[in-house]
Design a binder for this molecule. Structure first.
Ligand code: ARG
Length: 268
């Protein structure tokens, strides 16, 4: 918190200095802003100087998905707002969900932001920021399915996205032999459409998007598990964790995050 404040003060001083230089029309104005950026960056380090590199898995609407070549959605917008606050440029790297934590741990990226649920097990590998949204694990079935509640899942084939919490819970509750893991949530949904699985366990917002995009599917009324989403960062970069965490807190307080959520979140 303290560090973030310092960074914020450094930032505003830098902006003030830069604009004063600009007003003076001095020839050294570009040099001045370079120096100022370096001073600010000294508060924390990122993989690439001046850039906040975010890992995600962009097949998870409305949190992250492709619009043409661009990755858009709730997480992309929150990350952009965080990067702006920290005076960084945002770069998004799309990868398998399964690779995000490893990439954060090994310092290939600065943070993971992927509708990722905070779990105790993940906390052993990475640090999480304050939560910015809530997720619910939902169950998608075909219309007319004999699965009506969670109690009907015993012995059924369950499709999940590999290494997600849906995967972890399904394996725990119904046994690995009944769980089919797919790299993308959309692939699990495709398997449901083609009757390779009897249901899909996935977060509620992607579930709503997938059901809206495919005829003949519905979401069960049952809420399987409720969870918190947060950004994850390396345990070796406390300064950046504080900076990102501070930015997320501010963006929650000033209503920016709520505005982004409201723009994308739809009820069923
Ligand atoms: N919330 C779930 C989890 O953390 C699923 C997240 C999947 N995210 C994605 N971008 N594919 O395990």
């Amino acid at each position: 918190m303290k560090l973030k404040k310092l960074a914020a003060i450094a930032m505003s001083t830098m902006i003030l200095a830069a604009s004063l230089m600009g007003c003076g029309g001095g020839s050294g104005s570009s040099e001045q802003s370079t120096t100022a950026e370096t001073t600010d960056a000294a508060a924390f380090t990122t993989v690439k100087e001046g850039v906040l590199t975010m890992a995600t898995n962009a097949y998870f609407p409305p949190y992250e998905y492709y619009e043409g070549q661009d990755i858009v959605g709730i997480d992309a917008e929150i990350a952009k707002a965080v990067a702006d606050k920290l005076g960084l440029e945002l770069q998004i790297e799309d990868m398998e969900f399964n690779s995000i934590i490893g990439s954060v741990q090994t310092g290939k990226v600065d943070m993971g932001l992927a509708g990722m649920t905070v779990t105790d097990e993940r906390k052993e590998s990475v640090n999480f920021t304050e939560s910015y949204a809530t997720g619910i694990q939902s169950i998608i079935v075909k219309e007319g399915s004999d699965i009506q509640t969670v109690d009907d899942l015993d012995g059924k084939k369950i499709g999940v996205q590999l290494s997600t919490t849906g995967d972890i819970y399904a394996v725990d509750d119904y046994g690995a032999e009944n769980v089919e893991e797919y790299n993308k949530g959309a692939d699990a949904v495709q398997a449901l459409i083609t009757d390779k699985v009897d249901c899909v366990i996935i977060d509620n917002q992607p579930a709503i998007s997938f059901v809206a995009a495919n005829e003949g599917l519905k979401i069960l009324d049952t809420e399987y598990v409720t969870e918190d989403y947060a950004a994850c960062l390396s345990k070796d970069n406390e300064a950046l964790l504080e900076a990102v965490d501070g930015a997320i807190k501010e963006l929650k307080e000033d209503g920016t995050i709520q505005g982004i959520l409201d723009k994308y979140i739809v009820s069923e």
